[in-house]
Structure formats: C-alpha cells, structure tokens
Design a protein around this ligand. Structure first.
Ligand code: OOB
Length: 546
C-alpha cells in the first residue's frame, strides 16, 4: 500500500532480543571450528592493529604527523576518557566523523574498550542517525562541531536521543572530545573484548525501508584486513591516501587504514578525492596507493593531463564500489603511471580483488576473485539452482568474514540468507573458469550512484510522506560518470500540485535525509505500469527515461 512504511520499526523487536549483543547471529559451531583450525581466525583484536615501528609516522592528517607510538598513546587516553563516561565492553557508539585524526583515535579507543563503533557517514542526517541510535541503543554519539557547508552536527545531536554526545571541537552543552584525553588507568584484561565479540558495525547499502547494521567481529574483520593487506602487497613502505570516507569498509579495512597499520605503513587523510586536494598530497607524501570509486578515477584520468604535480610515487590504484569500465581501467597504467586493481566488495563481507600479477585482460575486464580460499561462492538462477558455468546469475556467498545475519533484523534475515547461511548479495555476476567474477547487473532494488548505495524503498517511503504524492517509484538512470543517477517517478494526488525537483529535495532535506539520496530527476506520471502480479514495473518505467 502506498503511504505505508514497509519495514518494522525497532520498537517491534521482541523483548528477548534486546540487551548486550543479542541480535548478533553467530557462525554455526562447525564453521567456527573450521575457520579457527584452518587459521583464518586468530586471537588478534582490532585494538592491537598498530604494528608499525614506534617512531614511524602512522598518520598524516592536515599539518599533523602522528607516529605509531603517539597514536597508540592517544587511543589509550581517549579510551580511558570514554570509560570514565561509562562506555564499556558490549556498548554501541555511533561515530560520525570526517577524515580526521579524531576518527582514527576514536575508532581505536572504542575497539580497545570493546565498545563497537557504529560507523555512520558524514552525509547522514537526522533520519539516518536517529534510527541508528535507536536501533543500536547507542550509549554515545561522536560528532565534529561543523561539517561541509556550515552544517552544525550539534543541532543534529540535539534531535536524537542518546545518553552522551561527544564533540570534536566546541562542545557547547555536550562533552568535548579533548576532555576525554585523560591519563589511562590500568584495565584488567578480563574487562577487554573477546575476539568473537562484535568489533564494529558497518552500514549496509540497504534494499529495505530502513538501513541495516552489519556486525563484524574482531576476528573476522582482523582476517579481512590482514588477508587484504597481504594480497595487495602492503608493507612498511606503503603510503596510503584516504579519499573515500574513512567510515566506509573499502577505505577502512580493504586493506584500507587498518591494513596499513597492521603492516607498518603510513596513512594520509584527504578530505575528498578532488584532484586539487589529492594530487598535492600525493606529491608531498609520496603516496603509493589509493582506493577510490569509479567517478573519482575518471576525474583523476582527466585531471592528470593538466596538473603539474608529480604523481610518480603512485604504484597502485584500487577501484571499486561500482563497476569500473574495462576501457577506463585499461587507461590507468599509462595515464597515472601505476597499476590498477578492481575491487568488488561489500560491507557484508565478501571481497573480490584482481591480483597484482593477473594478466591485463582479467584486471581490466573482471571485478576480481574472492580474497579467501574459504570463501564459498554460488551463482544461482531465480529458483536458487546453480546456473551453468559462465552464465549470469545471482551471487550467493558464505565465508570466514561474511556475516550470518544483520543485527536485530530476524525478518529481513529470513529473506537475505539461504537456510544454509549463504548471503544473497543481490548482485548478478558471471564466473569465469579462473574464478574471476564479472558484475553484470543487479537483482536488488537499490541504486548505485557512483558507489553510494540508495535503497529505492527507503527513498520511496520518504517521498510517500509528501502531502501531494500518491505513489512513488525510484529507479536508476544510466550516467556516464556516476554509473547511475536517481530518478523518482511520482503519481500526484488528485487536485494537488506536482512537486518540482527543487521542492522534492527541500522536502527530503527537511525530513533529515542524507543529500546523496536525493533524486537527480523527478518525473510526474498519471499511473505506474504494473507487472501481471500488480507490482510496479520498474524496468518499464526506467525504459521511459530518454
Ligand atoms: C562496497 O561496499 P558497499 O557495502 O557499499 O556496497 C556493496 C555493493 C555490492 O553488493 C555491489 O552491488 C556493489 O556495491 N559493488 C560493485 C563493485 N563493488 C561493489 N559493483 C560493481 N563493481 C564493483 N567493483 O562497495 C565495497 C566494499 C569493500 C570494498 C570495495 C567496495
């Protein structure tokens, strides 16, 4: 029914699911035994990831250069401060910080306590943050004072219900992060996290009315980042530039910031991937590797012809999050003087990488093959049967770093996983004899806008709340730079004025929706084409977009 929210609210959760880390779906014991025996899982914790030489620079953020010893010390001090606020093992803390040293320090402090950071994106607003705080029953919410375009995160914090708000900067009535930098007291080891505990919550791109939380345990995420670092050849000579939000799985742990720390290299934080910000940093810091989404890679391929910066230190460009065209991938080595690697990953777990020694054909034309020998991959038809080798089907996966269930979402889990625990990715792929996967499309109701994921249903629910809107259907439209952009088809109520694109965006902004979810285009239609069973025929709608 139009106008009706199609997902359960967290208030509907059964009582027995509330509490510490209830709502986390563990791997079955036989898998736990296997992943441990075969060495995929260890006792190493996310808080112990700083393995560089003490005097080596671990992090460059603006004018700050922070050594491993100093970062370690700061993480312990902030952990002590957070403990004094009452943050303890098993708690959840929503973290919404941009690419600053504070993000790294707060992340490390929380995982050392054993309190799981819930990693929100800087772009999220009241709609997303309010829901995340509620669903996770967050103990605290950590924010900067201000963001892009003068956005005041403290005002956002006032609108959400959470016990403690911690502000990096002028805290006003809240707690200043600077005040949490205190002398650490010794903590009994028994109070620390267990490798099987949830270490961090990542956000799902989402296909439903409300975003989902992805629990990542210490041991599965440590494996994720260490195996990735090895595959990508990271070492203490690696200088990694962060241009994606640090809160995104790709930039955080594939191998990302944490993979660099585990191998003793240096992380350089950039505010964005804009060439005029990133290129000078590459020259100054002699950056060797950078991970990005295709639109940033396209910008770089373009900008390099007119920029004067010396980019010769670059060795590897990792591109993923959305499909990178083979023609573009082929241009990278000559244009940027470095190798390219395609990464097809998901916050839910499974990571596919082209290998550094793969022939150009595979590097350019595929999205890589699974990271782990223990990753199980199936390609199935609509009835769940395996397709013939080389045919297109939906990718299902199970493995030592792929979730077994979203957090506190039993109904959704029943649909997103097979009875034997395979995660239904919603991605349509073709598997080559080498095991490499080619992404051919999508079976999920999501728009991939240059790597940003937008749940059609979530956006439709917001649009349905508009007083003039009778029905709404959101579809992706092909775009040469972003891969896809977002079009909202609206059926307007009788006698009501049709909202313009501008009015639609203003309405969504007022509802506290993150701007990357705003439609790029609004089309008013008299009615929707329907499938024989009465569902909106989105393919037919998309075909109307000239
Ligand atoms: C990454 O993670 P998410 O969680 O933002 O999005 C996952 C989805 C995938 O299911 C797929 O639909 C799409 O993003 N995707 C790609 C892709 N990489 C991701 N589609 C085509 N080609 C690719 N190379 O996006 C992510 C997480 C870790 C590493 C890299 C990307």
């Amino acid at each position: 029914m139009p106008g009706q929210s199609r997902s359960a609210s967290p208030h509907d959760r059964p009582q027995e699911e509330k509490g510490a880390m209830d709502g986390f779906v563990p791997w079955p014991p036989e898998f736990e035994a296997r992943y441990t025996a075969e060495g995929y899982w260890s006792d190493r914790l996310l808080g112990g990831v700083l393995r560089g030489e003490p005097d080596r620079v671990a992090l460059v953020a603006g004018d700050e250069r922070i050594t491993y010893a100093e970062l370690d010390r700061r993480a312990d001090r902030v952990a002590a401060g957070l403990r004094s606020l009452g943050v303890a093992r098993g708690d959840r803390v929503v973290v919404q910080l941009p690419n600053t040293a504070s993000f790294v320090v707060v992340f490390l402090a929380l995982v050392r306590i054993g309190a799981a950071p819930v990693l929100a994106l800087p772009a999220h607003r009241e709609s997303e943050i309010g829901y995340l705080c509620e669903l996770s029953e967050a103990k605290a919410y950590v924010i900067p004072e201000m963001g892009d375009g003068g956005f005041d995160y403290r005002a956002l914090a006032r609108a959400v219900r959470v016990e403690h708000v911690v502000v990096d900067g002028d805290a006003q009535e809240f707690t200043a992060l600077a005040d949490l930098d205190v002398d650490p007291a010794p903590v009994p080891a028994a109070d620390g996290p267990d490798p099987a505990d949830v270490g961090v919550f990542l956000l799902s791109g989402g296909t439903t009315g409300l975003p989902k939380l992805i629990p990542r345990t210490h041991r599965d995420y440590v494996y994720n980042l260490e195996a990735s670092a090895e595959l990508c050849g990271f070492s203490d000579a690696t200088v990694y530039l962060v241009v994606l939000p640090a809160a995104h799985n790709f930039a955080l742990a594939c191998p990302g910031i944490l993979g660099v720390f585990a191998t003793g290299g240096t992380v350089v934080l950039a505010p964005s991937g804009a060439p005029d910000e990133a290129f000078p940093l590459i020259e100054r810091e002699k950056v060797t590797v950078c991970a990005m989404v295709p639109p940033i890679a396209l910008l770089w391929l373009d900008a390099v012809s007119w920029s004067d910066e010396d980019l010769s230190s670059l060795e590897l460009l990792q591109v993923g999050g959305a499909k990178f065209a083979a023609e573009r991938a082929a241009q990278v080595p000559e244009a940027l003087g470095c190798a390219v690697q395609q990464v097809f990953g998901m916050a839910e777990g499974l990571l596919n990488y082209t290998r550094l020694d793969d022939p150009p054909e595979l590097v350019e034309r595929t999205q890589g093959r699974p990271l782990s020998p223990a990753d199980e991959v199936r390609v199935v038809d609509e009835d769940g049967n395996d397709v013939e080798p080389g045919e297109v089907g939906e990718l299902l996966t199970r493995g030592p770093y792929t979730l077994r269930g979203y957090y506190r979402a039993p109904e959704h889990n029943a649909r997103s996983f097979t009875p034997d625990g395979f995660y239904r990715t919603g991605d349509l792929v073709r598997r080559l004899p080498s095991g490499h996967l080619v992404v051919e499309g999508r079976a999920k109701d999501q728009i991939n806008r240059g790597g940003d994921k937008i749940s059609a249903e979530e956006l439709e629910n917001h649009l349905l709340a508009h007083p003039s809107v009778h029905d709404a259907a959101v579809v992706g439209m092909p775009d040469p730079v972003m891969g896809e952009r977002t079009c909202a088809f609206l059926v307007v109520r009788e006698g009501a004025a049709a909202p313009s694109l501008r009015e639609t965006k203003d309405f969504l902004r007022d509802r506290g929706v993150a701007a990357y979810k705003f439609p790029d285009r609004v089309e008013i239609v008299a009615e929707f084409p329907r499938t024989p069973v009465g569902k909106i025929a989105k393919k037919a709608l998309a075909a109307r977009l000239g």
